[in-house]
Design a protein around this ligand. Structure first.
Ligand code: KIV
Ligand code: ZN
Length: 511
């Protein structure tokens, strides 16, 4: 039996099913590498049969990772299984996750299959997958709304066909801890097998119970937890894996089981995914939210000063929240900047450091004190901009207090080609966005626009998040800049660029 709780990360598959989240190929690869550094056991890198983009990124991730298993999702369809085999065959540790829905509502309304047909399909496809993979994971989708007797039959069929991991999805986030835990207990006591079977939990957060349900599964024998960083995912999201890892660590007295997560990489992993997903982590989010380690009331502050353990059950350092004493300023040189990067936990190549230092100087010229949070934002923003297919080159605006505003936007692509256009609008941001739309030659619907400041104070940098609908695709972008209008423009171009990346229809750009 596995002696630790395995962490199965599905940020790149279920997480990417979050409306508006569309990771590019480069982002998927960087996320996978960071997840390996974070220490997850298995990465569900995608659903290879669903698109060429998914296939290619699963394939690239499989070729890149060395210690983490790379898994692909497949329906009970032979061509899906073939696609996972092809995409993962060069992985150090290839894995497959086969699923079919078992609940009455899914059988009758979606699959139009009887119970017997579902059982036959499970047998046929798990056996088929077993020809290619040493370890086959099977999921009865919507398990928690499946008749208990039929769920047992479905799982027994999968185990008999060779599945050695049984994942129990609470697909619609319907279950509650005692009920979900009992499913594991019953399965473990009832299912017969001539080989070791690992039971795995996969929860959705529709009722806000995903983490609680996952922990209940552990209490009842589950040895694997599936989820995503920051809990991103379909609808209300999935189990937030950082909460599971810290729950196991802080309450080891109770759970008596550990994950192999490198806790000190937690904050960095969460930040990277928040940035690429374009979804800010709420300030009060457990473990990784900005307020997770701040103390507001006088009584709490007094207690923490006397002994941090009065109000802190874990330290910020434990999860990699690194803080330094002194902010940098415009007189800070290369050396001080390099030291700050190291103190904040960044290991940056000399060439990239030069670029960052130049950007840091630009911020320092406009801001009295460059804080740790400015540096984090700078690093995330800059490394992202460098790999983006399009970047804002110049923005020029004319503002009239009682008329239409006008904007000229110049963007450049990775090869240095520039594209420009101008437009008017009822406001400056509308004018900028109209000009960008003209460059990309697309009809775009702005679904969401939010602006926040990276730090406090009137000289703070602005962080703009946008979500756009182009055709039927929802894409998001983030822009950070001292100037609100430039930050708005950057976020919009990033979102537009993501659409181009996905469909590779570059001919839309006018020169
Ligand atoms: O939530 C779910 O049921 C899933 C399956 C594909 C496992 O994500
Ligand atoms: Zn799911």
């Amino acid at each position: 039996m596995s002696s630790h709780i395995q962490i199965f990360d599905t940020t790149l598959r279920d997480g990417e099913q979050t409306p508006g989240v569309n990771f590019s190929f480069e982002e998927r690869l960087k996320i996978a590498q960071q997840l390996e550094k974070w220490g997850v056991d298995i990465i569900e890198a995608g659903f290879p049969a669903s698109s060429t983009g998914s296939f290619k990124s699963v394939e690239a991730i499989a070729k890149t990772l060395t210690t983490t298993a790379v898994c692909g999702l497949a329906r009970c369809v032979k061509s899906d299984i073939d696609a996972v085999y092809e995409a993962t065959k060069e992985a150090a540790i290839p894995r497959i996750h086969v699923f079919v829905a078992t609940s009455p509502i899914h059988r009758d309304s979606k699959l139009k299959m009887s119970q017997d047909e579902v059982l036959e399909s499970i047998k046929e496809h798990v056996e088929y997958a077993k020809q290619y993979f040493e370890v086959v994971q099977f999921s009865p989708e919507d398990a928690t709304r499946t008749e208990p007797d039929f769920l047992l039959k479905a799982v027994q069929t999968a185990v008999d066909a060779g599945a050695s991991v049984i994942n129990i999805p609470d697909t619609v986030g319907f279950s509650y801890p005692t009920e979900y835990g009992k499913i594991f207990k019953t399965l473990i006591e009832t299912i017969e097998s001539d080989h070791e079977v690992i039971y795995s939990a996969h929860c959705h957060d529709d009722l806000g119970l995903a983490v609680a349900n996952s922990m209940a599964a552990i209490e009842n024998g589950a040895k694997r937890i599936e989820g995503t960083l920051n809990g991103i995912g379909e609808r209300a999201g999935n189990t937030a894996l950082e909460e599971v890892a810290l729950g196991l660590y802080v309450r080891q007295d109770h759970y008596q089981n550990q994950s192999k997560i490198n806790l000190a990489e937690t904050k960095q992993t969460s930040d990277l995914i928040a940035r690429y997903a374009g979804i800010r982590v709420p300030k009060n989010k457990a473990i990784v939210g900005q307020n997770a380690f701040s103390h507001e009331s006088g009584i709490h502050q007094d207690g923490v000063l006397k002994n941090p353990e009065t109000y802190e059950i874990m330290t910020p350092q434990l999860v990699g929240v690194k803080t330094t004493e002194l902010p940098l300023g415009k007189l800070s040189g290369k050396h001080a900047f390099a030291e700050k990067l190291t103190a904040l936990g960044y290991d940056v190549e000399p060439e990239e450091q030069k670029v960052l230092f130049k950007q840091f100087k630009e911020i320092a010229d406009k801001k009295k004190a460059v804080t740790d949070r400015d540096i984090h934002a700078l690093i995330q923003g800059t490394s992202h901009e460098q790999s983006a297919s399009y970047q804002v080159d110049t923005l020029q605006l004319q503002f009239v207090s009682n008329g239409l505003q006008s904007a000229v936007v110049v963007i450049k692509d990775k090869d240095g080609n520039t594209y420009q256009d101008s437009s008017i609008g009822t406001g400056s941001i509308v004018a900028v966005y109209n000009a960008v739309d003209r460059i990309f030659d697309r009809e775009t619907e702005l679904l969401d626009y939010t602006i926040d400041s990276v730090t406090e104070g009137s000289d703070a940098q602005a962080e703009v998040h946008v979500q756009l609908k182009i055709d039927d695709q929802i894409v998001s972008g983030v822009g950070i800049d001292h100037d609100i209008l430039l930050a708005s423009c950057k976020s919009y171009v990033e979102a537009q660029a993501k659409y181009v990346n996905e469909s590779t229809e570059k001919e839309g750009i006018k020169s």
